[in-house]
Design a protein around this ligand. Structure first.
Ligand code: GCU
Length: 897
């Protein structure tokens, strides 16, 4: 027996690219390799001077000029000086090429009468919008990057630089561009004023559902002293048009706004963000008047409560005059709210909105984001009970009762960031109320950044969802949140991002694409709407967004760009296939960490994420006719009617709307298959796609297109994902096969001829242990090293493996609380080893049990087995981790386990 190659992930060839940690995200301003004619022209046209108009220290305009300098240096190796034009710009315009950066107003005041430039029209700009005026390449006219306000100037600068950094000519890629008098003008306005990020950071430095390290803002109950990472985060956010961050968890700690030290700390965060035009918002705890304010009540209509919040708001505005506003989660998941006092959610929201209105600048009132995520525990025995109904039930009667600086923040689906949900019907009911969509960049139910899941295609299904005809007009979500559809002044997007101290910000390089895309889509939710006009940087399909992100993050090589884009676009459908398809939600463990499979946890509790899977069928009946009535919550009668029948419900939402027998034929065109067979087939297809990611990524290595650090980190993630997809596949298929008693037509489910169960091996120092849920281990059992902290235990395969060349896969359990080490030996010779150190490598939530979260797979390629060879796995436990093993598989080429 001979070992040909080590762990498939580790081997690396030397590459040209320098080490990168990911901390610069897509703002690397890397030199453009293999320059083409466009790049050569852009380089030749680089300005001699950057002229900054009328900017005060620390303003986003100064930041913009510094970014320009940095980018021209990095991308084109040109050192360009910065000039300040405080009074007029005649001295700097004319003979040499200049790039002028400032607001449109200051440009017209300082430069508009110059012989080399004329007034720009800024009447088409809205706050935060910008224009570029780009001279033709042979012209000596200045390049203008002008914002409607200072923040807009920075957005315009970043979007210009992000084109240059991809090697694109901004004049050619700009949408809405007009060319006159030797220059091209491009205008871009944000579709909505609310483009916020929510961080679920706790004062102790942890982040709820955060998978990218500790908080950038808090530690030990206080705001951290060193806010440089916070400022760097603001830079990344500003580069894609984000204008505010709510810095603390929606499950808010009242102490944050209670002590002078914390208010000062929030002020320092705001100071760190301000040069990037990013404002601070704060999550509040409804019960604060009572819990920290010494009052006997937190009734929103009580005068003392009103004055408590007045006081808090005033103190905050005194320190942070540009405070963005507040975010409130009330009456949900144990959080206090107005219902306790019989007050409506609107009365609760208006309490804060009025305090904000009173103390914020009149021309820029603070915004109160009030979460629509309000629901109660339910009785599963009631067929008509449905958590999905809650938001409309609570909020629809209140439409029109919210103050005009309140925005109701609605999660994209009616349950909770599942792999697929229909759009929340509440969007259609908020016709006299400002609305924003809440998206989740942090991948709580979507693989926690250990699985590549590129989210824009999911988000598009919601943004493009039509709530149906209201007064004869369609009501598409993207138009509702921008305020266009129901003529609202406020609205937009809130993205739960949960970036942390990891160098990758989110815990994975590839996950950064979702943050980039979130910003782009918040700026323009119509982006990527497939109208055949995909020739610009702003009007971007999910493919266009991932391509531009890849060019900026890794480089422009077409093979690299195609590989990343293909993988990204295949990733959400694959994840849906191997986790929860046909609209049955992510079948993860909803009672523990939301990471690995545990379909049974959906039912049998009051959380209302039920699938109602039993021996005969599966799915929630949400019809009006016979079910919970949820389908009837869509304002458009035609939409509600579509979901009433199995035949007209889109296949991928079938089990969301209907409870059907496993033998139900799937509706719609295409293959004529049953629900149960589709569940099996989809899970196998999903896991196969995840396996392809590993090989596609490996193929890139040979060409040395990416630095070894990021290459290896991504390879490791993709290998983990491929292994975990098999854990998912087997658990879900096993669950439904067990429940339904219906076999897989292709005989794959619970039939693994290449597997050798660990519990069937000859054990020394190992004992058998049941795994819970049993479906997350092959055969329902694992082996654990008996007695913690002991020396190595061993498991030897009792039979001979037929001679051949195999991929050897080992499934083991990587728990928190220890770093067990493992080795595979053939005839006593180690052919591969690894450590159970996922807690050091991945940001996902850890598990302290043998379960679907800890189940992990490692693979070795090209393992040669000769006749009579003895194969042994050695495990050395560490701490609380008992070097647990599930099985090994010897897979001949092309065989799926
Ligand atoms: C989910 C999540 C919680 C979070 C909640 C919310 O339920 O698991 O951690 O607090 O959403 O959005 O408020």
């Amino acid at each position: 027996m001979r070992f040909l190659l080590g762990i498939c992930l580790i081997a690396l060839t030397a590459t040209r690219a320098a080490a990168e940690s990911g901390i610069d995200a897509w703002l690397r301003y890397a030199p453009l390799n293999a320059p083409d004619a466009t790049v050569a022209t852009l380089s030749a046209q680089a300005p001699n001077h950057i002229v900054v108009l009328n900017a005060t220290a620390g303003s986003p305009i100064i930041t913009a000029s510094q970014e320009l300098q940095k980018a021209f240096q990095g991308v084109f190796n040109k050192t360009i000086d910065i000039l300040y034009a405080a009074d007029n710009c005649s001295s700097v315009i004319g003979s040499v090429k200049v790039l002028i950066v400032g607001t449109a107003t200051s440009f017209n005041r300082l430069c508009g009468n110059n012989s080399s430039s004329s007034l720009v029209s800024s009447s088409d700009l809205v706050p935060d919008g910008y224009l570029w005026q780009l001279p033709s390449h042979d012209s000596s006219l200045p390049t203008l990057l002008l914002g409607q306000n200072e923040r807009g100037t920075l957005y315009g600068t970043f979007s210009y630089l992000l084109e240059l950094a991809q090697g694109n000519d901004p004049a050619k890629t700009a949408s809405n561009a007009t060319t006159t008098n030797g220059h091209t003008t491009h205008i871009s306005n944000p579709a909505a004023p609310v483009r916020w990020v929510n961080q679920w950071d706790n004062l102790d430095g942890s982040i709820e559902r955060g998978y990218g390290g500790k908080s950038l803002f808090f530690s030990g109950g206080k705001v951290v002293t060193d806010l440089r990472r916070a400022a760097a985060y603001a830079r990344i956010l500003a580069s894609v048009g984000i204008n505010a961050v709510v810095v603390n968890n929606v499950n808010a700690d009242a102490a944050l706004v209670h002590t002078p030290a914390n208010i000062e700390g929030l002020g320092r965060i705001a100071d760190a963000f301000r040069p990037y035009g990013v404002r601070v918002g704060v999550s509040l705890n409804f019960a604060s008047p009572q819990s920290v304010g010494g009052l006997s009540t937190y009734d929103p209509l009580d005068k003392s409560v009103v004055s408590f919040w007045d006081g808090v708001t005033l103190q905050l505005y005194e320190r942070i005059p540009d405070l963005a506003g507040f975010l409130v989660k009330g009456d949900s998941e144990g959080q206090p709210g107005p219902k306790k006092y019989g007050r409506t959610l609107a009365e609760g929201a208006n309490l804060f909105a009025r305090a904000l209105r009173k103390h914020s600048p009149a021309d820029s009132p603070g915004i109160l984001m009030y979460r629509a995520f309000v629901y109660d525990q339910l009785q599963e025995s009631n067929w008509r009970a449905d958590r999905a109904n809650a938001a409309v039930t609570y909020f629809s009667p209140l439409d029109g009762q919210f103050d005009d600086n309140v925005v109701v923040q609605v999660k994209y689906g009616p349950i909770d960031f599942q792999v697929r949900e229909p759009a929340s019907p509440l969007f259609g009911h908020l016709q006299k109320t400002n609305a924003a969509i809440e998206l989740q960049v942090t991948q709580e139910y979507l693989g926690q950044q250990c699985h590549l899941v590129y989210l824009p295609p999911l988000w598009r299904t919601v943004l493009d969802f039509d709530m149906g005809k209201v007064d004869g007009e369609p009501s598409v979500v993207r138009d509702i949140i921008t305020g266009e559809r129901f003529n609202r002044l406020l609205g937009g997007s809130a993205g739960v991002v949960n970036a942390g101290t990891s160098d990758t910000w989110l815990g994975s390089h590839l996950a950064q694409a979702n943050l980039y895309a979130y910003g782009r889509m918040a700026w323009d939710p119509t982006a990527g709407h497939d109208d055949g006009n995909d020739n610009s940087s702003t009007l971007s399909t999910p493919r266009h967004i991932i391509e531009s992100w890849t060019k900026l993050t890794f480089g422009r090589d077409p093979t690299l760009v195609n590989t990343v884009a293909d993988m990204a676009l295949a990733s959400w459908p694959a994840y849906e296939n191997y986790t929860g398809n046909l609209g049955t939600q992510t079948l993860t463990d909803i009672l523990y960490t939301h990471f690995g499979p545990n379909p049974a946890s959906q039912d049998g509790n009051g959380w209302g994420q039920w699938t109602r899977a039993d021996k005969n069928g599966v799915g929630m009946d949400r019809t009006v006719r016979n079910g919970t009535g949820f389908a009837g919550q869509y304002v458009g009668k035609e939409v509600a009617a579509q979901f009433e029948s199995v035949e007209t419900t889109p296949r991928d939402l079938l089990l969301w709307f209907h409870h059907v027998p496993y033998t139900q034929r799937l509706p719609g065109p295409g293959e004529n298959t049953t629900v149960i067979q589709h569940i099996y087939d989809a899970h196998y297809a999903g896991a196969e796609t995840a396996a392809l990611f590993v090989t596609r990524w490996a193929a890139l290595n040979a060409s040395g297109l990416i630095d070894p650090e990021r290459y290896a980190s991504i390879a490791r993630q993709l290998a983990f994902q491929a292994g975990h997809a098999i854990v998912w596949r087997d658990a879900i298929c096993g669950f439904f096969a067990g429940l339904s008693g219906i076999a897989d037509r292709h005989d794959r489910v619970r039939h693994h001829p290449w597997r050798i169960e660990a519990e069937a091996m000859t054990l020394h120092g190992y004992t058998k242990q049941a795994v819970s849920p049993a479906i997350t281990a092959s055969g329902g059992q694992a082996i654990v090293a008996a007695g913690r902290g002991q020396a190595s235990a061993s498991a030897t395969i009792p039979t001979s493996i037929p001679p051949g060349v195999y991929t050897l896969a080992v499934n083991y359990f990587d728990l928190a609380g220890g770093r067990s080490s493992y080795a595979v030996q053939i005839n006593g010779k180690t052919i591969g080893n690894w450590t159970g150190n996922a807690e050091d490598v991945f940001g996902k939530a850890t598990s302290t049990h043998l379960d679907g979260h800890s189940a992990t797979r490692v693979s070795f390629l090209n393992v040669v087995v000769a006749a009579g060879d003895t194969v042994t796995v050695l495990g050395t436990p560490d701490g609380a981790e008992q070097a647990a093993l599930d099985y090994v598989s010897f897979l001949p080429e092309g065989v799926v386990d």
